[in-house]
Design a protein around this ligand. Structure first.
Ligand SMILES: [Fe+2]
Ligand SMILES: [Fe+2]
Length: 422
């Protein structure tokens, strides 16, 4: 059997090629355009594909466009219905509207990521193909299954969502008012004693500390200023999500925290460079862009009791697949505004256009830069500066990016202790 696969994510392509290796000939493409070209060529050579598996959200030509183009080609070539390629679409998150659009465009079946070998095999069989396969490679299936179980658990309420402290969003609302004052801010922060104490500790840390020790929230705010207080409190409030008592994932969670913290700093430096206002907002977005990965890793890691069962590389590869769309859905559920949801959903994309929101570009770029300066945690390839499309659209040159990286790296190294010391 010949199977055509289109997915823009390198990790997804790797997983699928390993997972479906024994089903037949797999032709795997990173863009819908290349997949379409291969599909048409195969037909012209009378070696058509029987099955197509495509991701839906891909930059540029997406999976639904690909599906439409394939069906249009088959109509032009007058291919009988029973001989048309069977198409299974993959979406990152169950969304009724997307599923409807897929069926309208002519797909035969659809599934929700993460990929699961037995689900794909079952679907291919249902579409009328006989498969002679021995046994399933186990690891991907198990870990992918755990990831999809975790997502399912969060969705149906069986796994309790940790609250991202309301204060993050309340502060966001407060600072976006033009007349936000230090005393309004103090009132808000003082509602949360734990955060108030941590703010005072951070304000007195070597990085932020003045000559005089600060003893109350208001003095801390006056000394730090509204913007810095906003960043510090958001960092403190977020930090709790990364804490775990489980020793087998503790290192990884610390890495995810440092990555988020580093992305926030890079986002702030980029924000300062491309706009004179509102860069603290970019900081907070950088801080929570990987919240989907954070909660999935934490949930799965903490539920695997035997540390021998836990393959960290396998875990992060499976989480990578879905973390962006899951993060977007989480923020949506938590009541964050659309700009936050977009940042979380789109931060792993590689291709954008002029219409993309600036903050999506900023956080996308900040994520890449944080990998460049050594604060990554997924095993992903990070492009050269010159190949970072978000940098290009933001109008940043290679030398400006180098300066941004240097500045961010310095602040990260100097200020991280203020949040990690208890
Ligand atoms: Fe990410
Ligand atoms: Fe990230």
């Amino acid at each position: 059997m010949k199977i055509l696969i289109a997915d823009d994510q390198a990790v997804s392509r790797k997983i699928l090629s390993k997972m479906l290796d024994d089903l037949g000939q797999l032709d795997i493409f990173a863009t819908a355009r290349e997949a379409l070209e291969a599909f048409e060529k195969a037909f012209e050579k009378s070696e058509p594909f029987q099955v197509m598996i495509s991701d839906i959200s891909m930059p540029g030509m997406n999976g639904i466009d690909l599906l439409k183009a394939v069906r249009a080609f088959e109509t032009r070539k007058k291919i009988a219905k029973q001989n048309r390629v069977k198409v299974i679409m993959f979406t990152s998150y169950a969304d009724k509207q997307t599923v409807i659009s897929c069926y309208m465009a002519g797909c035969d079946d659809y599934a929700v990521k993460p990929f699961n070998r037995s689900v794909i095999i079952e679907k291919i069989r249902k579409l009328g193909f006989e498969l002679n396969i021995d046994k399933a490679p186990q690891t991907e299936k198990t870990m992918s299954q755990m990831v999809s179980d975790a997502i399912e658990g969060f969705k149906n309420g069986k796994v309790e969502l940790p609250a991202l402290p309301n204060i993050v969003q309340e502060l966001q609302n407060l600072v976006s008012r033009p007349n936000a004052s230090a005393s309004d801010m103090a009132k808000l922060i003082e509602n949360d004693t734990a955060i108030s104490i941590k703010l005072i500790v951070a304000a007195n840390s070597p990085f932020y500390g003045g000559v005089e020790k600060t003893k109350d929230v208001k003095t801390a705010i006056n000394r730090l200023g509204i913007n810095a207080t906003h960043s510090i409190v958001s960092s403190i409030a977020n930090k709790g999500l990364y804490d775990t008592k489980n020793s087998s994932i503790k290192n990884l969670m610390d890495k995810v925290w440092m990555h988020s913290f580093a992305t926030a700093h890079c986002a702030r430096e980029i924000g300062k460079k491309v706009s004179s206002v509102g860069y603290e907002k970019a900081y907070v977005k950088g801080l929570i862009h990987d919240v989907g990965a954070t909660l999935l890793i934490k949930n799965i890691g903490e539920n695997i009791t035997e540390s021998s069962q836990l393959d960290i590389n396998d875990l992060i590869a499976s989480v990578f697949e879905v973390h962006a769309s899951f993060g977007g859905a989480l923020l949506n559920k938590w009541g964050f505004s659309k700009d936050f949801v977009d940042v979380a959903s789109l931060h792993e994309w590689d291709k954008f256009d002029e219409k993309t929101e600036k903050e999506v570009l900023i956080v996308n770029l900040a994520d890449k830069l944080s990998y460049k300066i050594g604060y990554g945690f997924f095993n992903k390839d990070v492009p050269e500066f010159s190949d970072m499309q978000s940098a290009d659209l933001l109008g940043l040159t290679d030398s400006e990016l180098t300066v941004i990286c240097d500045k961010a790296a310095k602040t990260i190294a100097e200020s991280a202790d203020a949040f990690t010391k208890k």
